[in-house]
Design a protein around this ligand. Structure first.
Ligand SMILES: Nc1ncnc2c1ncn2[C@@H]1O[C@H](COP(=O)(O)OP(=O)(O)OP(=O)(O)O)[C@@H](O)[C@H]1O
Ligand SMILES: O=P(O)(O)OC[C@H]1O[C@H](OP(=O)(O)OP(=O)(O)O)[C@H](O)[C@@H]1O
Ligand SMILES: [Mg+2]
Length: 286
């Protein structure tokens, strides 16, 4: 029987769409029946287990799943023996300590002796120890932001992204203690065949991520300024330069990091670049 890799992804929640989109953008088809907790890709040796995210590090450690997509917060909190093989760049958030909005805050020492509600007792405990603070940690599994409003704790430590949940609950963020994004984790010591399948999957994921960070750019430039413009555009290898009907101009095509593009745009315009088109790249293999 052909070896298949089992990958654990969150059944439903903040990681689900990103995980499924990533797999689909890799060209892998997931025929998912509503309510089914297992599925098999029809065109790649991959089997999916749809789980609660809290359980994923443990299942990956034990080899129930070979791979898993989970937030760094959960991977570190659960402290299981798994290999982090890739940072996936979605579900970005931070773990922060927050206190009631109206309370004064002059620094971390203000937290000493306070009670803090959280679903992340390990990460918070390690942080408090590092800071030399003694706090009482109340572990709760969800709706953490309600804790100060019902007298359960003085402060909270929970995930923050836009900050709107804190605002709605009359809290303010005072310390950010951990930054998180989705990670691809794997069981340590997988056999060569499974590692081979992971390599194929990672090849596709890398092609997507490289493409996402780069843009294809086309612009028209006065021939006399081509050297100046090429100096501003570090291409993948070398930009293409195509003639135009107007012989005083050429068309330049190249691939450039999106960040570079924004930092160079004014200089490009000053060098006479016009008709600038920036086009997304779907996949990019270097
Ligand atoms: N507001 C957010 N913005 C971005 N990423 C987030 C946000 N909240 C959580 N995450 C990330 O997504 C992961 C899953 O969050 P979610 O709220 O869906 O978890 P959950 O309620 O524990 O789900 P489950 O039912 O699977 O246990 C978190 O561990 C974190 O890595
Ligand atoms: O800063 P924000 O953008 O408001 O996001 C932060 C909120 O998002 C997460 O909860 P989620 O909405 O996933 O609900 P949950 O409590 O059911 O996990 C997290 O636990 C925070 O409560
Ligand atoms: Mg969970």
């Amino acid at each position: 029987m052909m070896t298949k890799l089992k990958i654990a992804i969150q059944k439903s929640g903040r990681l689900s769409d990103g995980s499924l989109n990533l797999i689909r953008q890799c060209g892998i088809k997931i025929p998912r029946m509503k309510g089914a907790l297992k599925a098999e890709a029809s065109n790649f040796p991959l089997e999916f287990l749809f789980l609660r995210d809290d359980d994923i590090p443990g299942y990956v450690q034990d080899g129930v799943a070979d791979l898993g997509i989970v937030g760094a917060n959960e991977a570190v909190e659960k402290d299981k023996n798994v290999d982090t093989i890739h940072h996936l760049g979605f579900s970005k958030c931070r773990l922060s300590i927050a206190i009631p909005k109206e309370q004064a805050y002059n620094g971390i020492a203000d937290l000493d002796g306070k009670s803090i509600a959280t679903s992340y007792p390990k990460i918070l405990g390690d942080y408090l120890k590092e800071q030399g603070l003694k706090c009482e940690i109340h572990e709760i599994s969800g709706s953490v932001e309600i804790a100060p409003n019902i007298g359960l704790a003085d402060a909270i430590c929970d995930l923050v992204s836009t900050g709107s949940t804190l605002m709605q609950n009359n809290l303010k963020e005072v310390e950010s203690i951990f930054t998180s994004e989705a990670l691809m984790i794997a069981t340590p010591g997988l056999d060569a065949e499974k590692r081979g399948i992971i390599e194929q999957l990672m090849f596709r994921i890398n092609a997507l991520q490289t493409a996402g960070n780069n843009k294809y750019i086309l612009l028209n430039a006065p021939k006399k300024n081509v050297d100046t413009i090429l100096n501003l555009l570090p291409g993948m290898r070398s930009p293409s330069i195509l003639p135009l009907a107007n012989e005083e101009f050429v068309s330049i095509h190249t691939v450039i990091a999106e960040d570079d593009f924004w930092s160079k745009i004014e200089e490009l315009k000053a060098a006479g670049a016009e008709g600038i088109l920036v086009i997304p790249i779907e996949k990019m293999i270097l």
